[in-house]
Design a protein around this ligand. Sequence first.
Ligand code: HEC
Length: 144
Amino acid sequence: MKKLMITAVSLGLAAAGTALAQAPSRTVWDGVFTADQAAQGKVLFNNKCAICHGAEMNGAEMAPPLAGGAFLANWSNVPVSEFFTRIHSTMPANDPGSMSGQEVSLVIAYILSFNQYPAGTATLPSDEAALAQINILAEKPAAK
Ligand code: HEC
């Protein structure tokens, strides 16, 4: 009986530990990219993405919008790592996989900036483990 209880307690702790490890510690409201990254990303976006998604990111034909409500309906509450992987492996649709991880991060910085998220002093990383710690969130969380 005692052994059973200990097992139950340690399972409970393990579950709590997993939840903690998985909850991204930051959101796109926290200044997770620099203004310089966004500026570089803009050049890349206009060269490689705008032809299909539009310079205003409002989408066209088959290409979905990358700004506004339609974009956030798909991506709010999703870690940036998933957005990164989606772009890195499937975009640009006419040449998938052609961009380096660093270029993808720059483009993401511009997309976030275009969606009115604030630039900050932190550089948006391009490794997935670090990006998994940042959530895309439509609504600004209440101040802690
Ligand atoms: C040749 C046209 C084309 C180009 C260029 C292109 N895309 Fe796309 N993109 C699409 C199409 C079509 C879809 C939807 C179908 C699919 O996923 O392939 C899409 C889907 C996406 C999605 C998923 C959106 C969602 O909410 O589901 C993202 C993110 C994205 N593109 C980002 C980019 C970025 C960033 C670039 C530039 C690096 C880019 N795309 C360049 C055509 C394009």
